[in-house]
Design a protein around this ligand. Structure first.
Ligand code: PGA
Length: 241
């Protein structure tokens, strides 16, 4: 059975109230994986407080002349275990390409980080029925290994603080997750975890996480309220009881 993973993606927000409380839902636990993706500025205090953490991005090159960036080795050295690669915000606002994202994932594995590679179609691509084509294209340059995690994040379902909170239905998400799994090399097909991201919240977490091919969630907006995030974590933990 693939271990469930719930990740909080705080994006460009400070850690939410209650993040370091003794009973904080952001803390690592035995039954499922819980991870926090904080800003670079907040990572160290999250690590010091005992949370399992990841960086929201990092460059694939070794340290060098890249003003404003950090490299995978730095992320590893401060004590992170994970790194997000190719989140749609990065693809959209920083021009990260499929090839660049594949380089990031490769560099992450090389230094001992677990990359969570984000893929997913946007609204126009979905409308044009190009979801499968887009996913194939995004996955093509990736070198798969047991250390990689994927996150299917349909861009149209991601809440942007603009009122959009319509997640993919659990059935639609499951269909796409099964398709993504079918593209994985057969020895790894049942091993690689595929998370869902895009308006996951307390109200829909159990239904999404109950699907065979959905192995966890990458949670943005709903991870900014500790109580709401705690409900998602508990919904995931209940699946494993
Ligand atoms: P959301 O974001 O949960 O706010 O839709 C998910 C993500 O962008 O990772």
């Amino acid at each position: 059975m693939r271990r469930l993973l719930i990740a909080a993606n705080w994006k460009m927000h400070a850690p939410p109230a209650g993040w370091d409380a003794p009973d904080s839902p952001y803390r690592a636990r035995e039954d499922i994986d819980v991870i926090v993706f904080a800003t670079f500025l907040d990572l160290q205090r999250c690590i010091a407080a005992g949370l399992r953490t990841g960086a929201q991005c990092a460059r694939p090159e070794e340290c060098g002349a890249f003003t404003g960036d950090i490299c995978m080795e730095m992320v590893k050295k401060i004590g992170c275990s994970y790194v997000l690669c190719g989140h749609s915000d990065r693809r959209q606002f920083h021009g990260e390409t499929d090839a660049f994202v594949a380089e990031q994932a490769k560099a992450a594995v090389k230094v001992g980080l677990i990359p969570i590679v984000c893929i997913g179609e946007n609204a126009e691509e979905r409308k044009a029925k190009k979801t499968e084509e887009v996913l194939r294209r995004q996955l093509k340059p990736l070198k798969f290994s047991a250390d990689i995690i994927l996150a299917y994040e349909p861009v149209w379902a991601i809440s942007r603080g603009n009122g959009n909170t319509s997640a993919a239905s659990a059935d639609e998400a499951e269909r796409v997750h099964a398709f993504i799994r079918s593209l994985l090399p057969s020895p790894l097909q049942q091993k690689i975890r595929i998370l869902y991201g895009g308006s996951m919240k307390a109200a829909n977490a159990a239904e999404l996480l109950g699907k065979e091919n959905i192995d966890g969630g990458l949670v943005g907006n709903a991870s900014l309220k500790s109580e709401e995030f705690g409900k998602i974590v508990e919904a995931a933990a209940a699946m494993r009881k």
